[in-house]
Write a protein that binds this ligand. Structure first.
Ligand code: UDP
Length: 238
C-alpha cells in the first residue's frame, strides 16, 4: 500500500521541453493533459503554484554557443517561459480554473508582477499562480526559480515533473539496468553526484530542507498522485 499524506500547497515545476512535445513551440496535447491534471487537484482543494521552463523556445546557453551575448540570450529564454505560462493559463481557464500569471520581468498587459504575498493570497483563494520569466535574472534557471518560489510562498514540496520516472543511479536511457531511488537525502544526491536539478537550485533546497519529488509527467494521473502524497518517483528529502 502506498503511503498517503497529501500536500496542501505545492510548487509544480514543468520543463519547457515537455510543453513543446520535444519540438519548438507548443504541443497542445501536452498542455491539455497537464491542465486537466492541475484542474483535478485544484478541485480537490490543493493549492497549486507552477513554474514553467522555456527550453521549447530558447535556452541561453545554447544561443550563446551560436554567438549571442549570454545575458541577452538568457532574457530571450526568460521571455520564452512567459509564452508557456500564457498557454497553460489559457488551458486552465477553459477548464474553469481561475489563474494568475506573475512574471519576474514586468509586463503589465500580460501578467501581474511577481508579488509573493499576493501570490499566497491567490493560492488561498484557490487560484493557480503561474510564475513566469524565471528569476528575472540571467545566469539562473527555472529550476532555481522553482526552489526559490517554493521557499518564499511556503510550499511544502517542489514537484519536479520530468520525462523520466525519478532519480536513477545512472542514465536510464543509456544504462538499461539503472536503478531508481524511491527515497534519497539531499546529501546522498550530492555524494553520489546524481543530477536532480542544477547546483544552485539543488543547494537552495538542501540548505532550506525543501523536499523535491521527481516524477514522470508523461504518465497519466501522476500530478494527482504526486499531490496526494503517493510514493511515486523519487522523494529527495533531508
Ligand atoms: N533563464 C534565466 N534566468 C532564470 C530562468 C531562466 O536566464 O531565472 C533563461 C535561461 O537562458 C534558460 C531559459 O531561460 O536557459 C529557459 O529556462 P530553463 O532552461 O530553466 O527551462 P527548462 O529547461 O526548464 O525548459
Amino acid at each position: 500500500e502506498s503511503e498517503r499524506h497529501g500536500f496542501t500547497r505545492v510548487l509544480l515545476k514543468l520543463g519547457g521541453e515537455m510543453f513543446g512535445g520535444g519540438g519548438v513551440g507548443l504541443d497542445p496535447d501536452v498542455v491539455a493533459t497537464v491542465a486537466d491534471q492541475i484542474a483535478e487537484v485544484v478541485a480537490s482543494g490543493v493549492q497549486v503554484a507552477v513554474v514553467i521552463g522555456g527550453g521549447n523556445f530558447f535556452r541561453g546557453a545554447e544561443l550563446q554557443q551560436r554567438g549571442l551575448d549570454r545575458a541577452r540570450s538568457d532574457y530571450m529564454g526568460m521571455l520564452g517561459t512567459v509564452m508557456n505560462c500564457l498557454a497553460l493559463q489559457d488551458f486552465l481557464e477553459k477548464r474553469g480554473v481561475t489563474t494568475r500569471v506573475q512574471t519576474a520581468i514586468t509586463m503589465g498587459q500580460v501578467a501581474e508582477p511577481y508579488l509573493p504575498l499576493r501570490a499566497q493570497r491567490h493560492l488561498e483563494k484557490g487560484r493557480v499562480v503561474i510564475f513566469g520569466a524565471g528569476m528575472g535574472m540571467p545566469f539562473f534557471s527555472t529550476d532555481t526559480t522553482a526552489a526559490q518560489r517554493a521557499l518564499e510562498i511556503k510550499a511544502e514540496v517542489v514537484l519536479m515533473a520530468k520525462g523520466v520516472d525519478g532519480v536513477f543511479d545512472a542514465d536510464p536511457r543509456t544504462v538499461p539496468d539503472a536503478k531508481m531511488f524511491t527515497e534519497i537525502t539531499h546529501r546522498e544526491v550530492l555524494d553520489k553526484e546524481l543530477k536532480v536539478a542544477d547546483a544552485t537550485a539543488f543547494s537552495l533546497c538542501m540548505d532550506n530542507k525543501m523536499p523535491i519529488l521527481v516524477f514522470n509527467l508523461l504518465e497519466e494521473g501522476n500530478i494527482a498522485r504526486a499531490v496526494a502524497g503517493e510514493r511515486i518517483g523519487t522523494l529527495v528529502a533531508t
